[in-house]
Write a protein that binds this ligand. Sequence first.
Ligand SMILES: *[C@@H]1O[C@H](CO)[C@@H](O)[C@H](O)[C@H]1NC(C)=O
Ligand SMILES: *[C@@H]1O[C@H](CO)[C@@H](O)[C@H](O)[C@H]1NC(C)=O
Ligand SMILES: *[C@@H]1O[C@H](CO)[C@@H](O)[C@H](O)[C@H]1NC(C)=O
Ligand SMILES: *[C@@H]1O[C@H](CO)[C@@H](O)[C@H](O)[C@H]1NC(C)=O
Ligand SMILES: *[C@@H]1O[C@H](CO)[C@@H](O)[C@H](O)[C@H]1NC(C)=O
Ligand SMILES: *[C@@H]1O[C@H](CO)[C@@H](O)[C@H](O)[C@H]1NC(C)=O
Ligand SMILES: *[C@@H]1O[C@H](CO)[C@@H](O)[C@H](O)[C@H]1NC(C)=O
Ligand SMILES: [Zn+2]
Length: 914
Amino acid sequence: MATGVYISKFLAIAIVVLTVSSIGGIITMIIVYENERIKTQPTAPPTTNSTTPYPAGPPPNMRLPGNLIPESYDIVLQPHLYIVMNNTTNQSLVFTGNSTVYFRCVENTKTIVLHSKEQNVTAVKVTDLDKEKIIKVDNTILYSNESNFLEIVLDSVLVKDGNYSLFTAFEGELLDDLAGFYMSSYKKGFIATSQMQPTDARKVFPCFDEPAMKATFRVSLIHRPGTTALANGKVIGTTLEVIDGETWEVTRFQTTKKMSTYLLAFTVSDFHSIGSTHERVDIKVCSYSCTFSTDAYFISTLDQIALPDFSAGAMENWGLVTYRETALLYEEGVSSTSNKEWIATVIAHELAHQWFGNLVTMKWWNDLWLNEGFATYISYMGVDHIEPTWNIKDLIVLNDIQTVFQVDSLASSHPLSSKEDDVQTSSDITQLFDSITYSKGAAVLRMLADYLDERVFLNGLRKYLQAFQYSNTVHKDLWEYLQEAVDEDSSHIKVAEVMDTWTKQMGYPVITINTTNGAVSQEHFLQNQTSDYDFEWHVPIRVMKEGEPIKIATLDKKVLMPDFLSEDGKWVLANINCMGYFRVNYDPVNWDRLLSQLEMNIHEIPIINRGQLIDDAFNLARAKHINVTLALRTTKYLWNDTEYIPWESALRNLDYFILMFDRSEVYGPMQAYLRKQVGGLYQHFENFTMFSTVPEQYNQINAISVACSNDIPECQEMARMLFDNWMTNKTSNRIHPNLKATIYCQAIAAGGEKEWEFAWGKFENATTATEKDKLRYALSCTRKIWLLNRYLEYTLNPDKIRKMDAVSTISYIARNVAGQAIAWNFVRANWNYIKGIMSLGNLIDGVTQRFSTDFELEELWQFLTDHDVEELHLAIRALEQATERTEANIKWVKENKQTVLEWFKNESRREQLN
Ligand SMILES: *[C@@H]1O[C@H](CO)[C@@H](O)[C@H](O)[C@H]1NC(C)=O
Ligand SMILES: *[C@@H]1O[C@H](CO)[C@@H](O)[C@H](O)[C@H]1NC(C)=O
Ligand SMILES: *[C@@H]1O[C@H](CO)[C@@H](O)[C@H](O)[C@H]1NC(C)=O
Ligand SMILES: *[C@@H]1O[C@H](CO)[C@@H](O)[C@H](O)[C@H]1NC(C)=O
Ligand SMILES: *[C@@H]1O[C@H](CO)[C@@H](O)[C@H](O)[C@H]1NC(C)=O
Ligand SMILES: *[C@@H]1O[C@H](CO)[C@@H](O)[C@H](O)[C@H]1NC(C)=O
Ligand SMILES: *[C@@H]1O[C@H](CO)[C@@H](O)[C@H](O)[C@H]1NC(C)=O
Ligand SMILES: [Zn+2]
């Protein structure tokens, strides 16, 4: 497998491409498409009556008619841009090309319908390959609606089982729109590159642009001499040719395997391969996936390229994976450990796609979750395989499951599987790239693998990949092959029956267990508590009783089950390691038993479950299944826990309490409580922190930020000292990259003008994006109102804060309790300027997070009445959501404030007694 990592010479100087031995850290693994396309109502293309017996006109929906099946394409593309510019050249941002598609007719027709978008088709020629004669073209029609259909009306009929070819010549523009064949300019020049998924191959050349229309592709790129051209296949030759009086380099690529159009990729750049330092990554990551492959080398080449402008995190194009720079490139001493782990996870995700998605592809986009769910799930297995010490598999609980639980408990959620007919237009397709598809997809596959047993699951997958290689599937095919493996194993699980309940219904259940009689029931869990649906799930539950091994029970209906019955006053714990996609509630006595266990010996309860008990409890309280005090009580044992998953689960949930109460009398006792809880954790890391080392990636950051922000003097002293050292040293900064954001923030919060000005100077001079971002965030942490006010003013000056960073900077300031009011006033005072330049939805969302009083609600209403709808335009939806959220917050504060205040007071009084 010849492989290369391509980056620009400029980057090569500063950056080391990640090698396996240097990977580590964490970040949320969601590759969401950011360039949300404008959603317009689909309009059906016109249908005309035909006098012929053959169907004429395009189909009534947005799907290809399926009467012509492409087999192979010959594509020539010539981007005219200059990669390196000098003063005398004029940049030329067009590409020209031609393509011949060879296809078979499976149903008589007089028209060819395929896709073409935003390009000029300058020549069309249709050939009957069997009769070796040209077929006359009567008309070509390009539909301007969302179908992107190019209809070629013929003079005579294409007959069933006949072989034909269609030649087109075309020209298009290389825009910086991150879609199709596009250009991006960066520090040293230009790049032509591509992003086809989901529906932009049609923007590059006329094609049958649906994932099931697989074909082979023979590509030639004609580019400026001295530049590097890459495409999906291996290079088989380059020649210099004179075209229209200019010399060009022609690079020819090996014919690809049968593949979908959305996986094509082309790049022209002056990037150079930096060798095979990463080879271990490929081979090791693939060693998990490879076990599925019938032929480990089914692709001849696997290049990876880092791009300065890229819409997604990365794209799994077959044999040429493209990455955003931050998703591939790691800079020693500057990038944090979390950057490293993110990079490893993204690489593993894209490599997993080479099998799940590329070799075997979904028939249509409604089954996208099969691609993305698998890639997300397997990326954890892949990274774990390379670096078992990271325990990355556990983090799926925080990164995917707890996160998507939030979205999936809203009434606005949607099922994992959509109906094929409900997904038609490009915007329908783009909307599917969401956290339900990625994270819930991964979570239910993980649950299924556990339920079937990983060995059986992998066996089924192997059969499935073998059966469908180079072709397409629907989710039923997967269930069928897994069933085969289950049957071979003489198990009685009905895969499709089980999985249909998880993929066809939105949301998830809360399982309620009464351990006094073993009664178990399920109901649809909604934050708002009442469900309009009568959903039932087929729930595999891993359950454990105090002092006993884990068992798997299966819940279909409301039943009494001995597995859930407490004996001799012992606790029962369900959903071990959060393998299942559901929440669990218990009778109060069992909750008490579990909490006592945590106080006595945390090790009896698995780490993931310690986090899950906390996350479940807070969410159950939010939905009024249990009292808020029970949720708070799940955090009491944390003084004795140093693990990341439980702490992170607690802090994410307590964050809402901080926002609601940090301006009220609740906050004093709450801070006292948090000081008590975090003391041990802070000390656990103290020596490492003082010497700027990191023994363990994540929880050290929590220890510092909780300790410092709740006024533990040693912490604030430490931050000030490390920052002072930097200030006096001027040039060398010895703070570990992992701890920079936190330490900067805490030092600036504890400091004054001097610290702020120093950080501002460093911000202005920083050359790396990550360092700049850390400083920009930390500058918002000061408690000096006048500094915050001046910082807000800076956001109006693009020379100080880039426009793209203005919204997040204002939101950071609003997140600071000292900045809340002034940020909101600032937004209102400068509305006329702001509304023209900023992304208003995020801005409104950011500055109103804390709103929870009647006064703030009135201010929002006032704001809505002071401006007319026209003027609020893009902000109207965000303002309505902010109003709704404020109302919910007011209600929640009213219902909970007194209870929460008393609870914290009690707990902090106990602190004084201790
Ligand atoms: C068009 O088709 C419709 C339905 O097939 C038919 O009722 C109508 O007579 C046709 N009109 C002409 C002009 O052929
Ligand atoms: C500038 O670039 C053009 C096209 O690459 C080349 O023909 C020309 O010689 C260059 N001029 C200089 C001064 O390098
Ligand atoms: C080329 O452009 C740069 C920057 O615009 C300018 O400083 C330089 O003088 C120019 N060189 C020539 C030969 O025109
Ligand atoms: C396609 O374009 C290339 C490059 O311009 C040209 O050499 C070739 O002849 C074209 N193919 C046809 C069939 O016109
Ligand atoms: C496509 O054709 C239109 C109309 O002739 C022309 O204005 C436009 O520049 C062409 N686009 C390209 C990329 O050649
Ligand atoms: C909760 O339900 C009520 C009534 O059905 C509805 O008005 C409200 O918007 C819902 N709130 C959320 C956050 O879904
Ligand atoms: C649990 O079951 C017992 C015995 O049937 C019953 O008395 C108790 O009320 C139940 N507890 C809950 C929380 O439903
Ligand atoms: Zn993916």
